[in-house]
Design a protein around this ligand. Structure first.
Ligand code: ARG
Length: 461
């Protein structure tokens, strides 16, 4: 006969099908260490409330330590009859401490406040780990940017050549969003930093058990203000999966570019052998699988977020068993990023850029047309007219299949008397790049400053 935690009013245990449906040990076991920490904290607070005397507390802590040893060594695992990590660990405690002492620990707490607290602890620890891994990618981007302080590349909008930019500028444009993702992880910690222990099933703590004391024992700054909110809300879980999804999306945008850059048509980069894969049939293939998997896993991370949001939608207060579904999306998001990020950082670190080809293409596709227009503006021509005249030069060059710098002084003079030979000075890639020297721009001087800010931000995070 299956032993349930709620035996008293039931004539039988749950049916096999219900037991299977109910079971969460196959995924919530990873919270075991948090559950044990919670139990130790709770035991101390029971002692302060006069519900465990000194020797009982000592016995309880010793039993929990022994249980932790057995869990860590794999000696104690979830049994078929266990519903969740909490009930399994209670069974383990009863085995070690005996039913008399072990049976005292459940006073004044509920699995509802336990799980809400364990989840927050898990999110806080995981956020720190994931943040570190994201910063490894950021560091790889910054290192590559530093290694290419002057290399130009075609800057694009709508995937069309727009204006030349520095490769370092482009790489840093991927670093900033990832640093903001880390900032989001740091930021959500402030909201995860409230223990739900002592909320009980929903109505709050009785028996003189002090929620703030348990909170302090578990490394929280405080306990929740509202026990119903404490047991029923999972917004911080959703927030964490959002940040995970956003991180996946940010990686997927760089992935997309890396995949394109590695094609023969772009020819911008070479992937290191250790960070690419071959084909079982085509001997020549070198595939950007790391970037493709990162791009694909972004979809999975979005799924974790939307799945959790859908679970939470319209759920009445307070605890409902639906909330058991809060864990797998969070765990999957952590596992997915923990797999993707190290490989991604390695891929970025070991990328080789074909800077010659990038520099060759940077000014092409009439990418200097804006510079021509802006030169006219400096000569006093209204921008509307300047835009028109530069456009006419583009049309002329395009019709001949040449670039702007291939047109002669006479060609330009034919378009407008405003064009004088001095205009040619702006028809160079670095001239165009260095003209954009205001903060945030692509000029070498501005990018050098940006690099310093990015490094400062990296070390702050
Ligand atoms: N395992 C449950 C969860 O993850 C906690 C147990 C609460 N069960 C209950 N019947 N109140 O949400």
């Amino acid at each position: 006969e299956r032993l349930a935690l709620w035996g008293g009013r039931f004539a039988s245990g749950p049916s096999d099908a219900v037991a299977l449906l109910s079971k969460s040990t196959h995924f919530d076991w990873r919270l075991a260490a948090y559950d044990l920490a919670g139990s130790r904290a709770h035991a101390r607070v029971l002692n302060r409330a006069g519900l465990l005397d000194e020797s009982e507390l000592e016995g309880m802590i010793a039993a929990l330590d022994e249980l932790e040893r057995r869990v860590t060594s794999g000696e104690f695992t979830a049994a078929d009859s266990d519903e969740d990590v909490h009930s399994a660990l209670e069974r383990g405690l009863l085995e070690i401490a005996g039913p008399e002492l072990g049976g005292k620990l459940r006073a004044g707490r509920s699995r509802n406040d336990q799980i809400a607290t364990m989840g927050r602890m898990y999110i806080r620890d995981s956020s720190r780990i994931i943040a570190g891994l994201v910063l490894d990618v950021v560091e790889a981007l910054i290192t590559q940017a530093k290694a290419h302080p002057e290399a130009p590349m075609p800057g694009r909008t709508h995937l069309q050549h727009a204006q030349p930019v520095l490769l370092a500028h482009h790489l840093l444009a991927h670093a900033w969003p990832l640093m903001r993702d880390v900032e989001r992880l740091v930021d959500l910690d402030a909201r995860a930093d409230a223990s739900a222990y002592g909320s009980g099933a929903l109505a709050g703590s009785s028996l003189g058990v002090d929620p703030q004391a348990v909170a302090a024992e578990l490394g929280f700054s405080d306990s929740v203000e509202n026990s119903i909110d404490g047991t029923a809300s999972r917004d911080v879980f959703a927030e964490f999966t959002f940040v995970a999804a956003m991180t996946g999306i940010d990686l997927s945008r760089l992935s997309e570019e890396i995949i394109a850059w590695a094609t023969a048509e772009f020819g911008f980069i070479t992937l290191d052998d250790a960070f690419s894969t071959g084909s079982s049939i085509m001997p020549q293939k070198k595939n950007p699988d790391v970037a493709e998997l990162a791009r694909g896993k972004a979809g999975r991370l979005i799924g974790d977020l939307t799945g959790l949001l859908a679970t939470l939608k319209a759920m009445p207060l307070a605890y409902n068993r639906d909330l058991q579904e809060d864990k797998e999306p969070v765990f999957d998001a952590v596992d997915t990023l923990a797999l993707v990020l190290p490989a991604f950082a390695g891929m970025v670190q070991t990328l080789t850029f074909n800077t010659e080809r990038m520099a060759h293409l940077a000014p092409r596709g009439f990418a200097l047309a804006t510079d021509v227009a802006e030169w006219l503006v400096r000569q006093g021509v209204p921008f509307r007219v300047a835009h028109e005249l530069s456009g006419a030069a583009v049309a002329k060059a395009e019709s001949r299949g040449v670039e702007l710098w291939d047109l002669s002084d006479e060609d330009y003079a034919e378009i407008s008397a405003h064009f004088t030979p001095e205009m040619r000075e702006v028809l160079t890639t670095l001239g165009s790049i260095d003209a954009r020297s205001a903060k945030g721009g692509t000029a070498r001087s501005a990018v050098a400053q940006q690099l310093a800010s990015a490094e400062a931000e990296l070390s702050r995070l």
